[in-house]
Write a protein that binds this ligand. Sequence first.
Ligand SMILES: [Zn+2]
Length: 430
Amino acid sequence: MFRKLNSFLAIFALLLVACSSDSEPETVNTATEPPKETEDQLIARALAIHDRVLTFDSHADTPLRMIEPGFDMSERHDPNESGSKVDYPRMKEGGLDAIFFAAFVAQDIRDDEGHDRAKILGLQMIDTVIESTQKHSDIVGLAVNPDDAYELEKEGKRAIYIAIENGYPIGRDLSNIELFYNKGVRYITLVHSTNNDLADSATDSEGPEHGGISGFGEQVVQEMNRLGIMVDVSHGSEEVFYDAIAMSKAPIIASHSNARAVTEHDRNMSDEMLKLMAENGGVVQLTMLSDYLRDRPENPELDAAIAAYQATLKPASEMTREERAASREAIRQLNEQFAVPPATVIHAVDHIDHIVKVAGIDHVGIGCDFDGGGGIDGVFDASEVANITIELVRRGYTEEEIKKIWGGNLIRVFQEVQAIAENIQTGNAS
Ligand SMILES: [Zn+2]
């Protein structure tokens, strides 16, 4: 039986050889390796993947722009002229399906008056986002649940989610958290660049104040767990990260943070933190801030200019609100004046590679921080985010993996946070 089959195969093979001998000898390329993909083919494959997967950017400070009089989100802005990095036309152009717009309130005086002012400003930004989604309901939709992103994607609309960056507008009143939740807020970054009543910042020049999350901050985390608001530890000190992991009943997120082993920066996360994030089931969302992505090139002119300017200032504690804002603006301008070359997509994906290596493919995502300082060479604004996908494809990431990075992981955490909130509210919490 086998011999018969073998001889049949032999004849069949001979016939094949006979037939193929008519064709040109150069085509006898039966090498096992597939033909090498050209650059154009790779880009086309990457763009097709980019189009198929849900692309979700977890952090943009665009509400700061949206409250500027006359700023229209349905118009395309030139990022070089206006400084704006996100509007609806550029989200569409870049194939960006969903985004968290963070109402960012800069840290200020921590008294009742300061807290009231922060709450008013936070609500103004949130209401502006809601109004914008209503006004442009033909192209975007307000999203509050994880699945909304997929539903809106099917309708060809961008999903707009709301967050708060800096827990300062909560003041000392826990009931504000439910007020924000009811407006659609689905994550809160506990703290920003200086300490607040909730937690210590990674970058406060005065050092830690609470040794992590304060007693009040712990109540805030519990209330966020109860409502189904994700706890965001970006900008928090290392102790804030460890406290959040210990205190939160639900997985946590870092909405815009990178890997410290690749780029040493207080805002980035150590390998130990990345591993714990994986154990926690949370996600680290990579951010496109040059100084968190590569070592800053030496810039003595800028250092000298900042030092000279700072020598003219009185201590921060003696400054008025206006003076502090003016000094921030002056330093921003100096940074612009003595700018160094920005980071590139290569740097960004180096960080993704590292986080995947240390924490695994299920614990990394993307939060560009557009309109909050984010924007690098190749991913300068929302219209250019597909360049991240091209670089991921170039490095061999599969469509399944890219789907996780570009939003799948964030959506998973979001779903878990909501499921845990439901359990807490129905009294089934373990
Ligand atoms: Zn930030």
